[in-house]
Structure formats: C-alpha cells, structure tokens
Write a protein that binds this ligand. Structure first.
Ligand code: HSE
Length: 379
C-alpha cells in the first residue's frame, strides 16, 4: 500500500512511525503546510502532487477541520484512492456526501479513529448493527474533558492549569473550546448515532452543555453526595425517531463511568441481542489514535471498504421525552428555575425531573445572563 499522509501533526507523526515499522505499507508522500525536516524528502505543499500521482493508492487524512479536508478527501476519492481519516469534524459534517462518493467510486472510506481515538468503537458498533438493532449509544467520548474532570475529583486544581496539561499531552483540540464546550463530543455522537441508527443527524441539532463553568465547589458537593461528575453524551432510539444530547452528568460513585481515569473514554451501546456492551480505552493521544488509523489501512488491505449502510434517513433529535432531575447553580434569580426547584444542594439547587430539551434550552439562554451557570443531570 502506497500512502500519502495529509498532515504531520500529533496523529500524522504517530501514523508515520507505526507505518515505518511495517512492510505491507509505506508513506510515500506527506502534505505539509510548512517544511518538516523529518519528512523533507517526501513532502509537498500541493495536494495535486498527491491526487494526480497514480502510484498512491491510499490517502490518510489527519489534518482536522472541515475545510480544506473535505475538498482534499473528495478529490482523492474521485481520483480512485482509498481514504482513511481520523477527522471527526469532516465525517460528522459531510457524512452523506463522502460516503456516497466513496460508494460511487468503489473505494474505501474508513474513519475508526474519528470516535474514541484508539478504541475500536465504530467498527464494533457497525458490526453489531449488521444483525441487531442498536437502541442507544452513550458514554464518555472526550479524553481532554475526562482528564480535567478526573483531575478535579482527585485534588483541588485550577481549571486553566489542568487544561494546559491536557494540551501539552496532545489530547486537546487545536481550539480546546471544542473539547470543553462539547463540539468535539457532539461530532463523535453524530457519527456514532448515524452509524447506529442509519440516521443523518446534523451535529448543530444536538443540544449540549460543557464543563467550562464547573468549580471546585461543585465537585466537592457532588463528592459529598456520593456522585462523580462526568461529561456524558447519549443518543437513543425513540418511538418516533431519535433523542440525542450531551451534558455533565452525576453518576453513582460505583458506576462504570465513575471509574474512568485520565484521558480514557468509555463508550457503550445497547442493543436488542447483546444488551449493553462497553468499550474502554485511550480516547486521545498520538499513538492510540494513530493505531486505529493504521488498523483501517490494514483492513483496506484485507478488502474492507466502508462501514456504513447504504441507506440513511435525515432525523431531527427530539429530547422532550427524556427527563432528569438536575443540579443547577446560578447566581441569577430565575422564576422558571424556582418553579421546578425541589431542594438546595451545595451552591446550587436540585430540580424535579425536567426534560432535557427544556433544561438545555433554558440553560443556553440563561448563560447570556449568568456566564458562570453550571448544571449537571442527576443520572
Ligand atoms: N480532543 C479530543 C479528545 C481528541 O480529547 O478526546 C480525540 O478525539
């Protein structure tokens, strides 16, 4: 297999190192924005050098972002090349177009590393769905935020310091607000739900609340009450379609999710035959993520092309039927919150069960008034 790498960042360098130890594949070209000494002999800044080169059969895209990744992947597929990508932004945003194009061209498009870093989550989700009905996907899908939450539960630590550490370790997105505000997770949830339910969800339609505003005081309260706070994403089949959301969630201190440390992810599906099955591992970082990229290349060598169903229906998430009691902390008085409050808890209150759609819509609006607002579903 003759491979062109698009990008030589954290994951690109990892894939390059793993491939260098194999004799069934070789990196023959690297697309870079600026010269990198290690790959100077094979690097180019012009995508056409790759797309027009008939000697290259597989393009590995590890640049991230939607543009120009979408244009580059499309051009590679149109040129009859297989594509492997770790880029959740482009797969989430352009799922329908890219999978259709790959099918039309009869080439492979694989993206196992796009969700869960080094965890073989998507391939096993698809494997389940081949013969079974998946009813829910859920879990901890972001290494950076789990790393932060885990550290905050272990010892008092400033949010900014621990985020910096996650960046140094190569877990965080280029713009870490994508981690802490939830966009990165929303993309992973969209891809997972699309594969699980043969759906075409749009990431923008999924409501979310991140961890930017969590405080030491909140965490101390949760621990006193026997909870651990985790950022949990869920997509669920409902009678009429699908529900999907992500929010900080208080899990029992004995729950599986409560034990997930550092940058690890724990992602589960629920299906009719299997019940609940969970996948645990490093959800971010150079070599874990690169290992799934190279596994996709090995699968292509073995004749596997895509892992998507040909059919998929556009769906709009509806979270009005899913209810939780919530912990809410806000310094601003609010009539609606007062009307659903049941009791005080630490610096905040606990509400009666409220629908996810109602609470996340309220919180989104309320953040304009109180940017320090924090909430967590009591799961
Ligand atoms: N920033 C992401 C994370 C990288 O922390 O999980 C892996 O997708």
């Amino acid at each position: 297999m003759k491979i062109a790498l698009l990008g030589f960042g954290v994951v690109g360098k990892g894939a390059y190192d793993i491939i260098a130890k194999r004799n069934d594949m070789e990196v023959v070209r690297v697309l870079v924005r600026r010269p990198i000494e290690e790959v100077a002999a094979i690097s180019t800044t012009d995508i056409n050098d790759i797309v027009a080169d008939p000697a290259i059969d597989t393009v590995v895209e590890v640049m991230g972002g939607v543009h120009p990744a979408y244009e580059y992947i499309s051009a590679a597929l149109r040129a009859g090349k297989n594509v492997v990508t770790a880029n959740k932004a482009v797969i989430s945003a352009c799922y329908r177009e890219l999978t259709a194009l790959a099918a039309e061209q009869g080439v492979a498009l694989r993206c196992t590393a796009a969700v869960g870093g080094g965890i073989p989550w998507l391939i096993n989700l698809e494997r389940c769905r081949r013969i079974d009905t998946v009813t829910e996907v859920s879990g901890i899908m972001n290494g950076t935020t789990n790393y932060i939450m885990d550290a905050m539960h272990r010892a008092p630590v400033a949010f900014a310091d621990i985020l910096k550490k996650a960046q140094e370790l190569g877990y965080a997105e280029a713009d870490p607000s994508a981690d802490i505000d939830g966009d990165d997770i929303r993309r992973k949830l969209t891809i997972s739900a699309n594969i699980a339910f043969d759906a075409l969800l749009q990431e923008e339609d999924i409501p979310m609340f991140g961890i930017r505003t969590v405080t030491d005081g909140d965490i101390a309260t949760f621990q006193r009450e026997g909870y651990v706070c985790k950022l949990i994403a869920t997509a669920r089949r409902t009678e009429g379609g699908v529900a999907a959301w992500l929010q900080p969630t208080l899990v029992d201190s004995h729950a599986l999710e409560a034990a997930v440390p550092a940058n690890y992810n724990l992602i589960s599906f629920q299906s009719e035959y299997l019940g609940r099955q969970s996948y645990y591992g490093q959800g971010a970082g150079r070599y874990p993520t690169a290992s799934n990229v190279v596994q996709d290349c090995v699968d292509i060598l073995g004749g596997k092309k895509a892992f998507y169903a040909g059919k998929a229906a556009p769906m709009q998430p509806d979270n009005s039927g899913v209810k939780y009691a919530y912990y809410v902390r806000t310094a601003s008085k609010d009539a609606w919150l007062a009307s659903v409050t049941e009791k005080a808890m630490g610096d905040g209150v606990v509400t009666a069960p409220v629908s996810v759609s109602e609470m996340l819509a309220w919180a989104k609006a309320k953040l304009n008034e109180d940017s320090a607002l924090f909430l967590a579903a009591i799961g």
